[in-house]
Design a protein around this ligand. Structure first.
Ligand code: B12
Ligand code: SF4
Length: 453
């Protein structure tokens, strides 16, 4: 349990293997909102390392680790705002007339908690969720170097994988890992950096999450699969995880049950392709939730595939407790889509099935892509009106140019910023591929449109 005023991070594991500390950095950005955020990649790493014999601990700079910290305005179902501290704009973003902040726990408290960690770690694992959030990771690597100079510092996650050259030039890390830790090459390299022979990676490596490292979890992520069988041109899923792998229902349910027994009632799916092959794990898990009479709320902040929303699927999801629904519509210009992911008829059927299943329309958000290279924004306006006409909430998914995605070269051509050389320019808050970039008047106009004003 956390105690008032006392930071709490402790070791969990056999006590015989190496001590490995996972660090989830602060977010450095123009804005940030907690939508059931967890560093799931890092939690998967700590889970597999503990199963392989290591002792692990976690400092998540985006979670209130101890009581007595002021954590602003809680939102719906466990979401919310982060505390923030305004920072000077990084040099590259000096032109932006906007506030830039470090979101998460105060730096002094993090330092205090890390200083109190006894015994010291043999290795620290720093993750990165978004490429353009790398400044927080570099800051933590520096702090780790100061506190434990002899510990091995390892950097991984999206920035390390998608911007490897930039990371190699800027990060003070002994090891930079591209891709999943459980890949045999990466697994071997980590253990050899620790000066040990690599044990066998556990069977559920990459899917088993060390969720128990949160002492007072208000919500929990659910991960039943890795990767995606599709390859949309704006997405980097294939680079991050080539192939599509699903876990078994037993372990996914076990992880939900364990968190439920600790009082968690809000669960967010982190899968890329939740509704692909649901008979493999999703249906058995939802059936079990029903059979055991568990009353919980499920959320899909990461959009679901609309074409898979048959009446049966919608009814099953609703019955199991799906509450916050996000759908990937992208555009209503169906005849000129850059892919064939969704036809007009499929969209209309999916929307109707969802409504018929009785979801609260207020909890159904529909993502519309905004700011693709060369995109006609009049089409986005039409899509907003179309979504509103169904009673759903339109959300603009601001296009993020991601290195390694098929569209990245075109984005780099279209953007006035050097998005390939400097990941800070990959931040979708800059509207990096919209002519003229972000502009307050336009932002206000879009906000009004989204609210139907
Ligand atoms: C769930 C998810 C979300 C959730 C929650 C994210 C969170 N944690 O806060 C929600 C829906 C909120 C979200 C939102 C967004 N997301 Co998102 N999201 C994801 C998703 C689908 C899964 C991430 C995940 O947890 N995967 C599962 C874990 C197990 O895999 P992993 O993180 O890769 O971890 C493995 C390795 O990387 C490695 N590893 C990880 N850390 C470490 C550390 C060390 C030391 C080592 C050695 C190894 C290692 O080993 C791990 C285990 O195998 C990814 C896509 C994807 N497939 O990764 C996109 C993704 C991360 N999101 C992306 C984007 C663009 C966004 C949005 C900007 C979307 C938008 N346009 O509005 C927003 C902005 C988020 C914000 N401002 O908060 C992009 C990233 C772009 C970038 N530049 O980095 C991704 C890659 C999707 C894409 N389009 O390609 N997202
Ligand atoms: S956008 Fe979604 S469906 Fe398309 S490749 Fe990425 S994860 Fe798969």
């Amino acid at each position: 349990m956390s105690r008032p005023g006392h930071p709490y991070i402790g070791w969990s594991g056999s006590g015989f293997g190496p001590r490995i500390l996972g660090l989830n950095p602060w977010i450095h950005d123009f804005a940030a909102f907690n939508l059931w955020a967890r560093p799931v990649g890092l939690l998967a790493c700590l889970g597999m390392l503990r199963s392989a014999g290591a002792s692990v601990a976690l400092m998540d700079c985006l979670d209130p680790t101890w009581e007595g910290e002021r954590w602003p305005r809680p939102g719906k179902y466990g979401t919310g705002h982060y505390p923030k501290m305004e920072l000077e704009l990084p040099e590259a973003l000096g032109f932006a007339e906007r506030r830039y902040s470090r979101y998460g726990l105060p730096v002094e408290r993090v330092r205090e908690a890390l200083e109190a960690l006894d015994p010291a770690p043999d290795a620290v694992l720093v993750t990165t969720v978004m490429t353009y959030w790398y400044p927080g990771a570099l800051e933590l690597l520096d702090l780790a170097a100061e506190l434990w100079p002899s510990a091995v510092r390892v950097l991984g996650g999206a920035y390390a994988t998608l911007c490897g050259d930039h990371a190699a030039a800027h990060a003070d890390a002994g090891l930079i890992v591209s891709g999943s830790l459980e890949e045999p090459g990466n697994w071997g390299r980590l253990w050899s950096a620790l000066g040990r022979a690599a044990p066998e990676a556990p069977e559920d490596a990459g899917l088993g999450l060390a969720l128990d490292l949160y002492h007072e979890p208000g919500y929990a992520p659910v991960l039943g699969s890795r990767g995606c069988p599709f390859s949309c041109e704006y997405c980097a899923s294939r680079v991050l995880h080539p192939g599509f792998r699903q876990g078994g229902p037993e372990s996914v349910f076990g992880s939900i049950r364990a968190e439920y027994d600790r009082g968690v009632r809000d669960f967010a799916f982190y899968d890329d392709a939740l509704l692909v092959g649901p008979e493999r794990w999703l249906w058995p898990v939802l059936d079990r939730i029903g059979a055991e009479g568990m009353e919980l709320r499920l959320h899909t902040p990461n959009a679901m595939h609309v074409r898979r929303l048959t009446p049966e699927v919608c009814a099953r999801l609703r019955e199991a407790g799906l509450t916050t629904v996000r759908l990937g519509l992208e555009t209503t210009d169906f005849d000129h889509r850059r892919d064939v992911k969704l036809t007009r008829a499929e969209w209309e059927a999916g929307a109707r099935n969802l409504t018929d299943a009785g979801f609260d329309l207020d909890d159904v958000g529909v993502y519309i892509l905004f700011g693709l290279p060369g995109q006609d924004l009049a089409g986005v306006e039409r899509a907003v009106a179309h979504v509103r006409s169904y009673g759903f909430r339109p959300h603009l998914a601001h296009y993020t140019p991601i290195p390694g995605s098929p569209l990245f070269a075109e984005a780099a051509e279209a953007s006035p910023y050097p998005i390939a050389a400097e990941p800070l320019f990959q931040n979708n808050s800059l509207w990096p591929c919209v002519p003229g970039g972000f502009n307050w008047d336009e932002a206000k106009r879009w906000k009004a449109l989204l609210h139907g004003e």
